[in-house]
Design a protein around this ligand. Structure first.
Ligand code: BT5
Length: 264
């Protein structure tokens, strides 16, 4: 039997979550599922709404970067979440990344790992990226859109070239040697994301799982983005998801997940 294509019917039939992923909207092509879902959020769409696309013409990465995948190859989706004001978009994105890694491990048995703050790696290569975007009103998040781009069935020639010195890409097709069913994978990811987001919303922390899965700890890092200038060894994940970096002078600097990246 061939894998079902991405349709609302196939996704609704597959979902095992209680509320995450409902309602679902599926696009053959769209600019960016994050952008579209933010418009729906502004119009009052409910928490849990899912947008999935077969291809994006303007897929967004973090800090103005782009996400690229040919039609029919990637698993590209966004979730609308309405976390309490105490949570930052970066923390929500970290819970989603952990869910993506855990869902991959549970569904396919692959050793997915996390690169702080938002990458999912397989065998040291970038398999997926997560982007959390908040709409702020009076400094508080009205809603958070979390998008995930996962390289399901990309052929190696479709991998975008990594930035100089950056993490090379991989795909499940390349790693497993066979294509994966994107609907079944989406179901597994949402089933893993839902309890992690609920735990975070209830005051829990992504710290324990991130400590376990994060390849960044113990590594030399340089922070770029809105708060650059931090360089040292990544020492730990704080309870709120921040990265603790020990600088050469011995000082430990706390780097929040919000608007920074690690240079490779
Ligand atoms: C991310 O950004 O990794 C977050 C990507 C989120 C994409 C999803 S797709 C559904 C939803 N809708 C959107 O519009 N976006 C979200 P960042 O850490 O900035 O990584 C971007 C960088 O990864 C790029 O500059 C490239 O170097 C690289 N890249 C682009 N496409 C890639 C791919 N398919 N696989 C691996 N690396 C890629």
């Amino acid at each position: 039997m061939s894998a079902p294509t991405l349709t609302v019917e196939a996704i609704e039939a597959a979902l095992t979550t209680r509320w995450l992923g409902r309602p679902a909207y599926v696009f053959d092509a769209i600019g960016s599922t994050n952008v579209w879902l933010a418009e729906q959020a502004q119009a009052g769409a409910s928490e849990g709404t899912l947008a999935v696309a077969d291809v994006q013409t303007a897929g967004k990465g973090r800090l103005g970067r782009t996400w690229q995948a040919p039609p029919g190859t990637g698993l590209l989706f966004s979730l609308l979440l309405r976390p309490p004001a105490s949570l930052q978009a970066g923390q929500v994105a970290m819970a989603v990344s952990a869910g993506v890694a855990a869902g991959l491990a549970e569904h396919l048995g692959v050793p997915a790992r996390l690169k702080w703050p938002n990458d999912v790696l397989l065998n040291g290569r970038k398999l997926a990226g997560v982007l959390g975007e908040a709409s702020l009103l009076g400094g508080q998040a009205q809603y958070v859109i979390v998008g995930c781009g996962l390289n399901a069935n990309l052929e190696p020639q479709d991998f975008p070239p990594p930035p100089p010195g950056g993490t090379p890409a991989t795909s499940l097709l390349a790693e497993l040697g066979r294509p994966v069913d994107r609907v079944a994978l989406l179901q597994a990811l949402l089933a893993a994301i839902e309890p992690r987001y609920e735990a975070l919303r209830a005051g829990g922390s992504p710290q324990a799982e991130w400590r376990q899965l994060c390849v960044t700890l113990g590594q030399p890092v340089r922070v770029s983005g809105a708060t650059p200038g931090v360089e040292g060894v990544a020492e730990d994940i704080a309870p709120d998801g921040s990265l603790l970096v020990r600088q050469a002078d011995g000082r430990v600097v706390t780097v929040a997940a919000g608007d920074v990246s690690l240079r490779d």
